[in-house]
Write a protein that binds this ligand. Structure first.
Ligand code: ADE
Length: 239
């Protein structure tokens, strides 16, 4: 039996995923630090099969788009029934709908979400979900990038992984967050380890100097250089 540090009988961070493919989970979320944290009860993962809320003998979850066009659209009544069922047990979690049309997922939004109690995440398939259920149930649309996946499940996993690793106790002291990419608005400085020289390439001398102030200055300058070269947009972003 897991011990929950919240004292509420609930894990500190809870993910509930609505999907047609619950067998995709936990998948990559079941291994390494995040998987160990799942086993330890630091977070929980519940999947809900949308088809269980489907209509009729064939448990239909989708239908043709109003106005014509290619593909199928997930029905609002089916999706609402699934959401309402999950909300019976966890009414206060924010509802997210993974979609390339959503607000971009950033480390700042990840931090906000991980500070909360978790999320109910709708992973769509086909051409998407009927617009009315997004509005009626107050779902926030979230995108993980400007490309189209074949469904929201991988996007949900990305979001969950990014949030869970910030839940207190999930990362050990060794995996400190202090100098991570994005945490100070910059990409991370380059890292080196042994051997000191490899294939004719030497580790920068300053890192071998033992001068912690110099090392910190060098790392900061490198982080700024790399950010300027690769992602100048980050430098103009509000903190
Ligand atoms: N579903 C399909 N593509 C997606 C994306 N880029 N982000 C979030 N959800 C998605």
């Amino acid at each position: 039996m897991a011990h929950f540090p919240t004292g509420t009988g609930l894990p500190p961070w809870r993910a509930a995923v609505l999907t047609l493919f619950p067998e995709m989970f936990p998948g990559p979320l079941g291994v390494s630090l995040v998987g160990q944290a799942l086993d330890a009860g630091l977070w929980s993962l519940a999947t809900h099969q949308i088809r269980d809320f489907g209509i009729g003998r064939h448990r239909a979850v989708d239908d043709t788009p109003a106005g014509g066009g290619a593909g199928m659209v997930m029905r609002p009544d089916v999706i609402a029934a699934a959401i309402d069922r999950v909300r019976e047990t966890d009414p206060d979690l924010p509802l997210l709908y993974m979609s390339p049309r959503g607000v971009p997922l950033t480390q700042e939004r990840v931090r906000e979400l991980s500070d909360g109690a978790g999320a109910i995440i709708l992973a769509g398939r086909f051409e998407g979900v009927d617009e009315r259920v997004i509005a009626a149930r107050g779902a926030r649309e979230v995108s993980i990038g400007d490309y189209v996946l074949s469904g929201g499940e991988l996007a949900a996993m990305v979001l969950i992984d990014a949030c869970v690793r910030l839940v207190p106790g999930v990362l050990g002291a060794d995996e400190s967050l202090v100098h991570e990419s994005f945490e100070d608005g910059l990409l991370e400085y380059p890292q080196y380890t042994k051997p000191r020289e490899w294939e004719g390439r030497a580790t920068p001398e300053v890192l071998m100097s033992g001068d912690h102030k110099k090392i910190a200055e060098w790392r900061r300058a490198e982080a700024e250089r790399i950010t300027r070269e690769r992602r100048p947009d980050l430098l103009h972003r509000k903190p």
